[in-house]
Write a protein that binds this ligand. Structure first.
Ligand SMILES: Nc1ncnc2c1ncn2[C@@H]1O[C@H](COP(=O)(O)OP(=O)(O)OP(=O)(O)O)[C@@H](O)[C@H]1O
Length: 404
């Protein structure tokens, strides 16, 4: 068993504007500090009694110039390696609208290197207004979100969560896996808000389910990797929304509130009851938050003046994102190696005890690796936009929202 607190990293989105209000201090030994400096003259005539300096600790902070490749090497690769070994992993991005969550989790419009990896199953869930949708329903490519299959949460007697109607698509190689990612992205709901024209107003969870058989062994290792792109964490009152967008924002606020509630309770030593069931997001991420998973969070921040709280001259959203991250860093997870005896082998052994031939055939079949493990498996590559083989299709408003 691996006991580990949730690992927190910060990432500052590049801006062309001159920004002197923060500083990053990455120390090898002590971790990193992100400091927001709030000069009094930014208060625009208001009396500013706030602190001048807000200091937050992260494992590492990736400043504006840091490329996706380096973020991948530092954050995603260790998690992907653990998942390949048989542990569950989660990487989630949290931050205000437009701060770079989607970019960090799924990459920009670049090309990806095509390299054959091993077979895996993939699911892609969108949670919009507390309702789950299967983004990988290929019959509904580029249709309205409401037309996609609705995903329901079911719980078995052992309180394990099952997602009914969420398809698991097998992918034989990296190209197929990336195409599933692109299909899902095409189906994602994109709505305009005054703050960001291509804002995602929903939570999206791209999950890779791996099943690995050790050569020469009858045990299987099953692990999952969740890549979680949360909706913007901004408060509703600031963005001046109404109608459908206000409803969306309220749902987002509520589910982020439940996420925060779970996080607060997970920190306590005496964890009696954690209300995971309050929202779909926390139900799905149950293992990731205080359970059987190695979890990493990336706090994304946009620091240009547009994102300043004008009255106070503060980076209010960045500061609350950092505060959220500090609370997340206190959560202790316990990841176990998800090993089990191959059920197919057990079944064969029971039904064919009278002859060794069948048992041996089954044993032989079950010991064939279902995939060829390679150092650079799909996940290791999926965030690496560095070579010209597979391109992300352009997703425009028309494609993603309506067939007409
Ligand atoms: N590190 C980066 N380098 C270059 N461009 C970036 C980076 N991070 C974000 N961007 C760009 O900034 C814009 C907003 O980023 P993104 O859509 O990832 O934000 P978000 O936090 O996911 O927003 P939302 O909450 O609306 O989903 C996009 O055009 C994206 O390409």
């Amino acid at each position: 068993m691996v006991k580990q607190t949730i690992q927190i990293y910060g990432r500052i989105k590049p801006t062309k504007k001159n920004t002197t209000v923060y500083s990053v201090d990455n120390e090898e030994q002590t971790g990193a500090f992100l400091e927001f400096l709030v000069p009094r003259d930014l208060a625009d005539g208001f009396v500013n009694n706030k602190r001048e300096c807000y200091r937050f600790r992260f494992l590492k902070v990736f400043d504006q110039a840091v490329e996706q490749e380096e973020v991948f090497e530092n954050i995603a690769k260790p998690v992907a390696d653990s998942v390949l070994a048989g542990y569950n992993g989660t990487i989630f991005a949290y931050g205000q609208t437009g701060s770079g969550k989607t970019f960090t989790i799924t990459g920009g419009a670049e090309h990806y290197r095509q390299q054959y990896g091993f077979t895996t199953h993939i699911s892609y869930l969108e949670i919009y207004n507390e309702m789950g949708y299967d983004l990988l329903d290929s019959r509904h490519e580029a249709s309205r979100l409401e037309d996609l299959p609705k995903v329901l949460i079911m719980e078995d007697p052992d309180q394990n969560i099952h997602l009914k109607n969420l398809s698991l698509q097998q992918s034989a190689n990296e190209e197929e896996a990336l195409n599933l990612l692109f299909l899902g992205d095409t189906n994602r709901m994109i709505a305009e808000t005054p703050m960001n024209q291509a804002s995602t107003r929903s939570h999206c969870i791209f999950t890779m389910h791996l099943c690995r058989r050790e050569p020469g062994s009858a045990t299987l290792r099953r692990s999952k990797l969740h890549l979680v792109d949360l909706a913007g964490s901004d408060r509703v009152s600031k963005t001046g929304l109404s109608g459908q967008l206000l409803t969306e924002a309220k749902y987002i606020n509520l589910s982020l509130h439940y996420l925060e509630q779970v996080i607060m309770l997970c920190q306590r030593r005496n964890r009696s009851h954690i209300p995971y069931r309050n929202s779909m997001l926390t139900s799905v991420l149950r293992d990731s938050l205080g359970g059987n998973c190695m979890t990493t969070m990336i706090a994304t921040m946009a620091v240009d003046r547009r994102n300043l709280d004008c009255k106070e001259g503060l980076h209010t959203e960045s500061i609350s994102t950092c505060r959220f991250a500090q609370r997340v860093a206190l959560i202790k997870n316990e990841a176990i190696l998800n090993e089990e005896l191959d059920p197919a082998l057990v079944r064969h052994t029971h039904t064919h005890t009278h002859t060794h031939t069948h048992t041996l055939t089954a044993l032989h079949q079950s010991l064939q690796p279902p995939f060829k493990p390679q150092k650079h498996a799909f996940m290791c590559q999926s965030l690496r936009p560095d070579s010209p083989h597979i391109s992300r299709p352009k997703i425009d408003q028309q494609m993603s929202c309506s067939e007409n």
